[in-house]
Design a protein. Structure first.
Length: 316
C-alpha cells in the first residue's frame, strides 16, 4: 500500500480542521463531496508518484551468425537499472547459496526496478531454469526475484565477449554473446521417463548437442548436466543426477574415460542412475571404449583395467 505525499495530506487537512472548528451556521464548510474528491486526488497523486516496476514476461534464446542471443522481454517500461558481468559463481539473493549453472563460464545479469512474478508469487516468464541447445548458451537460470530486483545467470560453454542493449515496443533487454569457434555435434543420453515407466528398453534417448572440440568429452557432459530443453522435457526426457552436482574432471587415457563427479552420489535404491546417462554419452565418442566414474573423493569399484566402473554409492 502506498502512502500519500506529506504535502498533499497537509493541503487536505486544512478543510477538515476548518470543518471541525467552524460554527454550525458557517457557509464556507466544504461538502462531503468536495472532501471525497480531495481524498481521491491525494490517492491518485500517491499512486502516480510510486516507481514503476517492469514485469518480465519472457526469456528466450537463439543462434545467429557468429553469436547466441538471449532476450529478456518486459511488460511496461524497461528495468530502471541493468548490469552484466562474468562471475565465478551465481549467488542466490537472500540465502547467499550457490546456484548451480552448467557451463565453463557464467555471465551474471541484474535488473533493478523489475519483477518476475505475479501477486500470487508465480513466475510470469516461464521456467526459472531453462536449457538451450546453442553453441555458446547452455542455460539461463534465475537466482533472485526480491524487492524489485531480478538476478539471472547465463551458463556458457566458453567465456566470450558480449554486448547488452535494449529495444522497445515491446521492452527488451538483449544479450549477444559471441561464438567465434567451431562446434561438432555429439549425442547426449537422457532418461526416457515414459519408456522407463512402461518397462520398455532402452531406458535412454539421445539428443544432439553442439560442443567445442577437442574437449568433446567434457563438452558432452556439460550438456548432459544442463539437462533437456523444454521441448525435450515435454517428450518425457529427464536428467537423473543421483546427487551429482557437476563434473570435476574428465581424463581419457588408453581408451578409458575417467570421470570424477562432484556432489554426494547416491542411487536411492534405483537401478537407473547418472552412470546410465554418462556411460552411453561418452562411449559414442571416438577413442572411448570404457567409462570409469568416481565420486567426489575419487572412489570407484574397479579403478584399474579395461572395464566400466561406478562408485559403490551408485549401486542399487
Amino acid at each position: 500500500m502506498f502512502l500519500p505525499p506529506k504535502r498533499s495530506l497537509a493541503v487536505l487537512a486544512v478543510p477538515l480542521v476548518s470543518l471541525l472548528a467552524a460554527p454550525a451556521a458557517a457557509t464556507a464548510v466544504p461538502s462531503h463531496t468536495a472532501v471525497r474528491a480531495a481524498m481521491r486526488t491525494v490517492a491518485h497523486t500517491a499512486v502516480h508518484a510510486a516507481p514503476r516496476v517492469a514485469t518480465l514476461v519472457d526469456v528466450r534464446a537463439s543462434h545467429h551468425p557468429g553469436l547466441d542471443r538471449v532476450v529478456f522481454e518486459f511488460r511496461g517500461s524497461l528495468p530502471a537499472r541493468r548490469s552484466a558481468g562474468y562471475v565465478s559463481r551465481l549467488i542466490a539473493d537472500g540465502s547467499g547459496r550457490t546456484v548451480p549453472v552448467a557451463g565453463d563460464a557464467i555471465l551474471g545479469l541484474r535488473f533493478g526496478g523489475a519483477a518476475g512474478h505475479d501477486n500470487k508469487g508465480r513466475p510470469t516468464y516461464g521456467p526459472t531454469r531453462e536449457t538451450f541447445a546453442l553453441p555458446g548458451v547452455l542455460q539461463v537460470v534465475n537466482a533472485g526475484d526480491f524487492e524489485a530486483e531480478l538476478t539471472f545467470g547465463i551458463g556458457l560453454s566458453r567465456k566470450a565477449s558480449y554486448r547488452v542493449y535494449t529495444l522497445t515496443h515491446p521492452s527488451r533487454v538483449v544479450v549477444d554473446v559471441k561464438t567465434p569457434y567451431r562446434t561438432v555435434p555429439v549425442r547426449t543420453y537422457f532418461l526416457d521417463s515414459r519408456a522407463y515407466a512402461a518397462g520398455r528398453r532402452p531406458y535412454t534417448a539421445a539428443v544432439s548437442r553442439p560442443v567445442i572440440p577437442p574437449s568433446t568429452a567434457r563438452g558432452a557432459l556439460q550438456r548432459l548436466f544442463a539437462g533437456p530443453t523444454q521441448a525435450e522435457h515435454a517428450k518425457g526426457l529427464r536428467f537423473v543426477a543421483s546427487g551429482a552436482t557437476g563434473v570435476r574432471s574428465v581424463v581419457v587415457r588408453d581408451g578409458v574415460a575417467h570421470v570424477r563427479l562432484t556432489g554426494s552420489l547416491r542411487s536411492g535404491g534405483s537401478a537407473f542412475t547418472v552412470a546410465d546417462e554418462i556411460t552411453p554419452t561418452l562411449k559414442r565418442l571416438p577413442g572411448i571404449r570404457w567409462v570409469k566414474i568416481y565420486d567426489a573423493r575419487g572412489r570407484t569399484e574397479r579403478p584399474k583395467g579395461h572395464s566400466d566402473s561406478v562408485p559403490e554409492s551408485l549401486e542399487p
